[in-house]
Ligand binder design. Structure first.
Ligand code: GLN
Length: 478
């Protein structure tokens, strides 16, 4: 039976004809079938994936050089446009909508030989931390189906976790790749803001959104990033900095590490996770790293700042779904245009999305704009200044990725703000635009995995990869 380790090993096996892409696609399709109760996929591109695998096998047999992602089986979150395929943002409002063009990241995947196997379930419009906000039903964690996989890219995390694809693309606005990666025991990367084009990514909060990558190894995340990153005339916020060959891990492991005192003294951090994190710091020091504890008095502001700014941006971005230009249109009889908008949007959007549109509209309203939106922008600016100063002194910032391990389905429903706390360690990287990765280093005595979050300066993904690869490899050989 096929067992996936890394893209590099897979390519080596293809090259000596030990395997074919067609066999591998069959393996993944059977895994998807076997795990269908987890509800990771909203749609599987079965016949198309098989066809593409055959084409790739033929091209290899003809001696045509393999692309970087030749035969790599990829799942995509249901917020990425793939021409002539449905994309719904897991929302009733876009149910049965078909993409009219492909996201730039998708184009790049395909041009390097990837096989897209299906679109993966997520929280509606990427809003959530548990994947329970999908209009099409929740995703379950493959390690324990009573537990959530995290969100919003839960389907993409479970896809990699349960070998239903080799890698997957999610989106990360405040932790939606790293948090589910942490809950599922896989690698989850959010690159620097502007590293990957957002063209064709359904917007939640445009100054925060980034496409992210799930994988089993740091090296694979690096290969995918170097394939999909870089300049794009379709997105004016994408950087034109050259894209390094991240997968070659050319730089040495950075040694100057720091963490924020407030992250480990936070009352919501699970005590056992705290103990393991402190033991890990000691281990780093024994291995020749310097690890300093830094004051970060702004920690308690990051979640409120994130929710003021992202809901404001969401209320504007989601105004296009009005039943006229885009989205579901009510079938009820209406007396005027306002009623058409009102009914269409009420029927089409789920509760959490409605809550955020209302909150965002409120913080942008004339009487409250300065008190909320302007204030939050000021905090964001202070965070950016603090971060620039921080990375002039240190290479790497570490923290737990999430304060707890995966919780039970239905457990965090009492108040929405309780759920927001799952994002306390992840939203900072999106507020300031730095890259961040969650790597599955730890295991809790409750049986669930949890991750280490590693962050570096903006556009210094090389540092983050070098550090993380060393940590993962050390862990595996231990
Ligand atoms: N959980 C966060 C939220 O609900 C993050 C979502 C995301 O990164 N897309 O907004």
């Amino acid at each position: 039976m096929f067992s996936f380790t890394t893209i590099k090993d897979y390519h080596a096996a293809l090259q000596v004809n030990q395997l074919s892409c067609a066999q591998v696609v069959d393996f993944y399709l059977s895994q998807i079938e076997k795990n269908s109760s987890l509800h990771s996929f909203l749609e599987v591109f079965r016949e198309e994936a098989k066809q593409r695998a055959l084409e790739l096998d033929t091209s290899r047999a003809q001696g045509i050089p393999m692309g970087k992602l030749h035969g790599v089986v990829v799942g995509i979150k249901d917020v990425l446009c793939y021409k002539d395929h449905k994309v719904s943002a897991a929302s009733k409002i876009l149910e049965n909508y078909t993409a009219v063009y492909s996201a730039s990241a998708i184009e790049k995947l395909l041009s390097e030989g990837a096989i897209i196997i299906g679109r993966q379930n997520c929280d509606e419009f990427a809003m959530g931390s548990s994947n329970e906000n999908s209009a099409f039903g929740p995703v379950k964690n493959g390690l324990d189906p009573d537990k959530v996989p995290g969100g919003s890219s839960g389907g993409s995390a479970v896809g990699v976790q349960m070998d239903m694809c080799m890698v997957s693309l999610g989106s990360d606005t405040g932790g939606s790749v790293r948090q589910p990666a942490d809950f599922c025991g896989v690698v989850g990367l959010k690159p620097s803001y502007g590293r990957i084009s957002r063209y064709g990514l359904i917007a939640y909060a445009s100054s925060f959104d980034q496409i992210g990558i799930f994988s089993k190894s740091v090296e694979d995340a690096a290969i995918v990033l170097e394939t999909i990153a870089g300049q794009d005339e379709m997105d004016s916020t994408v950087s034109n900095l050259p894209v390094p060959t991240y997968s070659q891990l050319t730089i040495g492991t950075p040694k100057k590490v720091a963490y924020f005192k407030e992250t480990i003294s936070h009352p919501d951090l699970d005590p056992e996770m705290k103990t393991q994190f402190i033991a890990y710091i000691k281990e780093l020091e024994q291995n020749g790293y310097t690890v300093e504890a830094i004051d970060f008095s702004l920690l308690s502001y990051v979640v409120p700042t994130y929710y003021v700014l992202t809901t404001a941006e969401a209320s504007s971005n989601l105004s296009r779904y009005d039943g006229v230009k885009f989205g579901h249109r009510t079938q009820q009889s209406i007396s005027d245009l306002t009623e058409l908008y009102k009914l269409s949007r009420t029927e089409g959007f789920g509760e959490e999305v409605q809550r955020r549109i209302l909150l965002g509209t409120f913080v942008l309203s004339a009487g409250y704009f300065d008190a909320y939106f302007t204030k939050a922008q000021q905090v964001r600016k202070q965070l950016v200044n603090f971060t620039e100063d921080f990375f002039s002194k240190y290479d790497i910032l570490i923290s737990p990725t999430v304060p707890s391990t995966a919780f039970n389905l239905g457990e965090n429903h009492q108040t929405p703000t309780q759920m927001f706390l799952a994002d306390i360690y992840t939203v900072y990287a999106n507020l300031v635009g730095i890259p961040a990765i969650s790597i599955p280093l730890f295991k809790h005595s409750n049986g669930m995995p949890f991750g280490l979050q590693v962050m570096s300066a903006s556009f210094h993904e090389e540092a983050l990869f070098a550090f993380s690869a060393t940590q993962m490899n050390k862990n595996h050989s231990a």
